[in-house]
Design a binder for this molecule. Sequence first.
Ligand code: G1P
Ligand code: ZN
Length: 545
Amino acid sequence: MSSIRTVPTTPYPDQRPGTSGLRKRVRVFQQPHYLENFIQAVFDAFPERAGGTLVLGGDGRYHNAAAIQVILRMAAANGFERVVVGRHGFLSTPAASHLIRSRRAFGGIILSASHNPGGPEGDFGVKYNVGNGGPAPESVTERIWQISREIEAYRILEAADLPLGRVGELRLGPMVVEVVDPVTDYAALMERLFDFGRIRALFDSGLFRMRYDAMHAITGPYAREILEHRLGAPPGTVVNAEPLPDFGGGHPDPNLVHAHALVEAMSGRDAPDFGAASDGDGDRNMILGRRFFVTPSDSLAVLAANAHLVPGYAKGLAGVARSMPTSRAVDRVAERLGIHCHETPTGWKYFGTLLDAGLITLCGEESFGTGSDHVREKDGLWAVLFWLNLLAVRREPVEAIVRAHWRAHGRHYYRRHDYEGLDPDPAGELMEALRRALPGLPGRRFGELEVSAADDFAYTDPVSGERSEHQGIRILFGEAARAVLRLSGTGTAGATLRVYLERYEPDPARHGLDPAQVLAPVAAAVDAIAGLRERLGRDRPDVVT
Ligand code: G1P
Ligand code: ZN
């Protein structure tokens, strides 16, 4: 016999979801009732949930297994009729998004702190996605936060842990728990979008080698099944394929700093032709050619320019979108294709309404996120398969494809400088001072650059009408150069300042320069304007991507 208990609780003041759900140290989530309070707040934000289906899974990080059992018991006590959960509690973020959509679920809970380190000392997170498969919009996350601040009790079923190791249906009080293979539906979706026959022929040719680094995170099982089993890539193509609770002690963020083992493997004399990596929950991607790094902004532009070569996108793109700090490389492609390019605030949630309304087909962010209307999250493996499809059709090296793209559209030199672990006060004051200085900036010269415009980015969603303010400071230096500054919304300790630098170069004779050198004047201008050195006491960024 199982019975529903109402457990009295007191609110925690810090349950406001950030750029991507509620993200905290594991120890914070392990406080009594902490997880329960937040989950109840999520459920209470949707009184109409009764009888609905919930999708549930996570990236396998430490605390995933324990949290899944609690959420299952709470879902059973809160009126859900069915929960679709990945075997062992595993689901990548894009696979969860797909399941929510394909099962017409009420929503989904994804347990992940994305690329943040895991383990008992690491981070944990909870994201709530709505019925379209995408992250809850800000109006919803703010409602959840309000409820969390007044919560008095939560409801939970008294029951033993469920065994989630085998596919099939289980009962939990009045609710059905359906354990599904986390990969099957997602792999089928990829087969519908991409030309698997052609990609298989590329691997079969023996002229092409690839290395995929799953970084001991969730995409290992997905990449093994799709790349090695369905596409015929040789065993061993996928490395670090086993998801581990602490990601093997690594930092599962696919960029030049944290995926350095892959970068090294791709820079040797006998390097493979194509390299790729994904993050903790499988929504980010990094694309490498032999001794060649494709910036995420360029990757988005190249995918848009070549989409007609891929079956799932051959009928053309409705439009594209990029987050504001992302380089404007894709804008040029859109212009040439005669389609609209939307500029949104940072965070995938802003693409959702545009995708739902059919205004865009592809979208992306400079932070190693690329995606399309096939789900409502960014999708790491999808981006890799898109590239594989292009490579299989064009049969050229990655570098040649990108260089040809630059010749046709010009090159957007681009870098992001992150200043991490800052004291939140001076970081906040820096942004405030910058805001106050904005009106006086146009016309001022910094070395060879002159400020033409500067603003605090605000966005009105063209579909929902929802307004989002203070989404980053933009400083434009004519047509060619741009700097953006904003504070991270995903950190769990201190503040992180992100400085995004961009400079456009139309002349192909100048496409082989060192990005650091080309961008040095923009970086110097930002330092002079914002006073990074004096205010933060830092003379160089912690991470450059
Ligand atoms: C970061 C990235 C942003 C991305 C988010 C979730 O957010 O910059 O593009 O959508 O992670 O993956 P931030 O920490 O900058 O708020
Ligand atoms: Zn992620």
